[in-house]
Design a protein around this ligand. Structure first.
Ligand code: NAP
Length: 580
């Protein structure tokens, strides 16, 4: 349990803060740390019982990160980089959560946090030029700035299957896993979904359950993680020059450093490609897509890697009919590529069965199980690995009202609209960390978060420097950015399939490619320019000096030399940017 202030605390009424932050995941934690450095008063509200965000909630068996541990961590503190020890190439969830707890302790973050508290409403008071914030524990506070650090994948998608309440056994969602864990020993278990969460948990559940039935609507591509302990030598080598590793990562389109090729797959011979794909498969993980530069731009190029992956699946799965069902027929990497440890091999176990629900959906739950394809599957427990209302779902759960009574849900009814994924016109002094319209889920998320937090902290410091009361995006700049985000998305094959990137997994959600796919360093450059140009595209109300050059404080570290051959808009236009 956290520092104990939550269980029976009194509500906060009429308290005024400089800043209210929603969320105590990696974004909210670092945001608090930076704002404290500016001497501001900050309150963080968090729905969970402690820090960690996504890693607090996603405790399903097998949960681990698909970005390598030495890069999936904060980079703001060299001492933290040196002190923390990651044990595996891909960290398991408990280790990432332990890291979040360590950071919270190390920087004494919890004293400004209130847990088990969900922000229900936030309203901009145009007269006072402050945000009024309400929570489900009766808090009513105000703040000059309102910062949403609510996460991209935190609102669970729970399909309303008919008969759910009839089912007599427990129904779990991977994103809201019980803290005490679940013992499936001897049980007949059903898993709905075959995305990243399912692919990680299925081998673990299968190792306990008496039988496992997987209901698959769309097959996913998955690449082996080849997870392993990090040797002391490898750890030492990375830590000997950690800043260099961070700088190399920041210069990459995804904010992650790994070997890649800019060559076109179509310019290689079939033999060369085969060799390259074998090498990439043996390296494993997301870098598989870095085998060639055009894999996410040219369907014909993608067909070659997709064909290779399907052959791997057929070689791994003994029953040809099951292997056929597990072979996706869409673009590899269009939906987020999965990374697994023994996923396909699990289907060779005699007690594991795959049920295809692609043509006829899961029909209903009954007292004893699930009906699909006209047949009842008797089950003792069901796991919904059905994903998230991604990128916007956490915003919809808060009634956010900006100027003239406009709510954010109304503004975003046809899809999210932001300037740089950071701010929205009509919502002064509101910032979003890793919001739609920024690289967020297409970059290494902790890097994306830190870059946003540094930018926001520098922006707030500047507002103080010049005495401005509010900052608000100009409509034209927001329109232009939204158009740019949409235009860039069209270049990539990623926008062509029905994934959570485009909101297709949630019925009724507008189909818009939500993250910015132009590449992390290009995006960072744009944010730097906007700042250097005196917060171009924003109106600063009440500033006593509109021409005062903004001080570059925390954002200085994002002004790294870029490998422009790889990530420039020209490279994007030439359709040669690995993993975009
Ligand atoms: P997801 O990728 O959205 O997968 C959800 C699965 O549930 C899909 O197979 C989906 O089928 C299925 N589904 C949804 N509604 C259904 C319904 N009504 N009937 C039948 N099937 C249904 O969600 P996720 O696996 O939780 O992963 C989400 C994202 O979180 C990942 O893409 C990744 O970015 C992140 N994540 C990362 C890691 C990691 O670091 N290793 C682990 C877990 C998650 P359709 O495809 O047909 O919609």
């Amino acid at each position: 349990m956290n520092s104990g202030q939550t269980a029976s605390r009194a509500s906060e009424r009429d308290t005024a803060f400089d800043v209210v932050i929603v969320g105590a995941g990696f974004a909210g934690m670092y945001m608090l740390h930076c704002l404290r450095g500016l001497g501001l008063s900050v309150r963080v509200y968090e729905a969970g019982g402690d820090v960690g965000g996504t890693w607090y909630w996603n405790r399903y068996p097998g949960a681990r990160c698909d970005v390598e541990s030495l890069q999936y961590s904060y980079s703001f503190s060299p001492a933290l980089d040196q002190d923390w020890h990651w044990s595996e190439k891909y960290s398991p969830q408990p280790e990432i959560l332990a890291y979040a707890n360590h950071v919270a302790d190390r920087f004494a973050l919890r004293r400004d946090m209130r847990f088990e508290t969900r922000v229900t409403a936030a309203t901009f008071d145009e007269r006072a030029k402050r945000w009024s914030v309400e929570t489900d524990r009766g808090d009513q506070v105000s703040a000059q700035f309102f910062i949403l650090a609510v996460g991209c994948l935190s609102a669970a998608n729970k399909p309303q299957f008919e008969g759910l309440s009839d089912f007599q056994g427990p129904i779990y969602h991977t994103g809201e896993w019980p803290h005490e864990g679940v013992d499936f020993t001897g049980l007949r278990v059903g898993v709905i979904g075959t995305g990243s969460s399912a692919i990680q948990s299925i081998p673990m559940i299968a190792s306990q359950a008496a039988s496992l039935t997987v209901f698959q609507r769309t097959a996913s591509y998955s690449v082996p993680a080849w997870n392993a302990k990090i040797s002391p030598e490898a750890e030492q080598a990375a830590k000997a020059d950690y800043p260099a590793l961070r700088a190399k990562a920041r210069a990459r389109p995804t904010g992650v450093y790994f070997p890649y090729s800019m060559q076109s797959a179509l310019s290689a011979t079939p033999e060369e490609r085969e060799q390259k794909y074998e090498e990439s498969w043996s390296r494993g993980g997301l870098p598989f897509l870095g085998a060639y530069g055009d894999l996410l731009f040219e369907k014909e190029a993608n067909d070659t890697i997709a064909d290779f992956a399907r052959r791997k699946i057929r070689a791994l799965v003994k029953d040809p009919a099951t292997a056929d069902l597990l072979c996706p027929d869409n673009v590899l990497g269009c939906k987020r590529l999965c990374v697994d440890s023994g996923y396909y091999e699990t289907y060779n176990l005699p007690h594991v069965h795959l049920v295809d629900v692609s043509k006829r959906p899961v029909e209903r739950f009954t007292q004893q199980g699930i009906v699909a394809n006209g047949r009842e599957y008797p089950l003792d427990a069901v796991v919904c690995a059905t994903g998230f209302d991604a990128m916007t779902g956490s915003f919809s759960r808060i009634r956010i009202t900006g100027k003239s009574g406009l709510t954010l849900s109304e503004k975003w009814h046809a899809g999210p609209r932001t300037y740089l994924g950071l701010c929205a016109e009509g919502f002064p002094n509101m910032f979003v960390v890793a919001g739609p319209g920024s690289p967020s889920v297409l970059a290494s998320l902790i890097q994306a978060i830190e870059q946003h937090v540094d930018w926001i902290a520098d922006c707030i410091a500047h507002l103080r420097d010049v005495g401005a009361q509010t900052i608000e995006t100009l409509r034209q700049y927001e329109d232009d950015w939204v158009e740019h985000v949409n235009e860039v998305a069209k270049v990539s094959l990623r926008s062509t399939c029905s994934s959570w990137y485009v909101g297709a997994n949630v019925p009724g959600k507008p189909r818009v490619f939500m993250p910015y796919i132009g590449g992390f360093p290009v995006y960072v450059n744009r944010c730097n320019e906007v700042m250097s140009n005196g917060y171009e595209g924003f109106v600063l109300e009440g500033a006593n000096d509109h021409n005062a050059p903004p001080k570059v404080r925390l954002t200085e570290r994002w002004r790294v030399p870029l490998d422009m051959d790889v990530i420039s808009p020209a490279a994007l236009a030439a359709r040669r940017v690995p993993i975009v």
